[in-house]
Write a protein that binds this ligand. Structure first.
Ligand SMILES: NC(=O)c1ccc[n+]([C@@H]2O[C@H](COP(=O)([O-])OP(=O)(O)OC[C@H]3O[C@@H](n4cnc5c(N)ncnc54)[C@H](OP(=O)(O)O)[C@@H]3O)[C@@H](O)[C@H]2O)c1
Length: 244
């Protein structure tokens, strides 16, 4: 939402070349917004942007590693004022494993993408009146299982980061989306058995009878972005996973 309601809404999605971030980009472009999708892989960005149909100037790509301060600073310097920044980026490789197989470098990549990166975004983004930041936590923080300790800790940290930022950056609103299991390419890097079978088993346990689709999460993120009375909030879009 912008102060001038005739202006085009400008939204940056770091992690927008895949999964939930890409679904959000698709939704936003459909409403006439100008969207910048950012991620590390140029090829992935190109493939993703080719699937987004918007008017001229509606979709931009930016090759960027959210863990690198100079790249995050340059992005926001180039963009100037924006309406919303959304972070869905995460590097979870090797992170679903027993703590006795702890891999420090993988743990650092997870912390860097999900906690340090969003802190850089909060530091450099120039968000206009009525705008917001949306960060991404996840079900592991609220319904942890064996082998997910670091993911649980980092996802919990994302919520704490957002609570503090909602005060510090006010009136910019800062919210968190916490997805349950959602069918996205991230499952190719998660490991821990056949993803299709694991998702099927989870679907049978969930009150809603299925796992999430990227569009489910995009709709929830949009709700956080649009509601001017919501800040410092974690929105759980998990099909009831926390209850089972
Ligand atoms: N899918 C689930 O079941 C699930 C459940 C709970 C929580 N979550 C959380 O939801 C969020 C989105 O997940 P998703 O399923 O949509 O994942 P995804 O499909 O794998 O997308 C992740 C995106 O982040 C980008 N990315 C990764 N590392 C980056 C970095 N260092 N700098 C910039 N961009 C980076 C990726 O592009 P590049 O690789 O090209 O950089 C990609 O665009 C993550 O925080 C994840 O932890 C997912």
């Amino acid at each position: 939402m912008t102060a001038d309601t005739t202006a085009t809404e400008r939204v940056v999605i770091i992690g927008g070349s895949s999964g939930m971030g890409l679904a959000l980009a698709r939704e936003l472009v459909g409403t006439g917004a100008e969207v910048v999708i950012a991620g590390r892989s140029a090829a992935r960005l190109a493939t993703a942007s080719a699937t987004l149909t918007g008017g001229p100037g509606a979709v931009h790509t930016r090759q960027l590693d959210i863990t690198r301060e100079t790249e995050v600073e340059a992005l926001f310097t180039d963009l100037g004022r924006i309406d919303h920044a959304v972070v869905t980026a995460a590097d979870v490789r090797g992170m679903y494993a027993p703590i006795r197989s702890f891999e420090p470098s993988a743990a650092r990549a997870l912390v860097d993408t999900k906690l340090f990166g969003p802190a850089l975004v909060a530091s450099y983004a120039d968000v206009g009146p009525g705008g917001s930041l949306v960060l991404t936590s996840g079900i592991a923080a609220y319904r942890p299982g064996p082998g997910s300790a670091m993911v649980a800790a980092v996802n919990g940290g994302v919520a704490s980061l957002a609570y503090a930022l909602a005060l510090e950056l006010a009136p910019t609103r800062v919210n968190v989306i916490s997805p349950g299991w959602v069918d996205t390419p991230i499952w190719e890097s998660i490991g821990g058995g056949d993803p299709v079978q694991r998702q099927r088993d989870m679907a049978a346990r969930l009150p809603v009878g299925r796992i999430g689709r990227p569009e489910d999460i995009a709709a929830a993120i949009l709700a956080l972005m649009r509601n001017p009375f919501v800040t410092g909030t974690v929105l759980h879009a998990d099909g009831g996973h926390r209850l089972v």
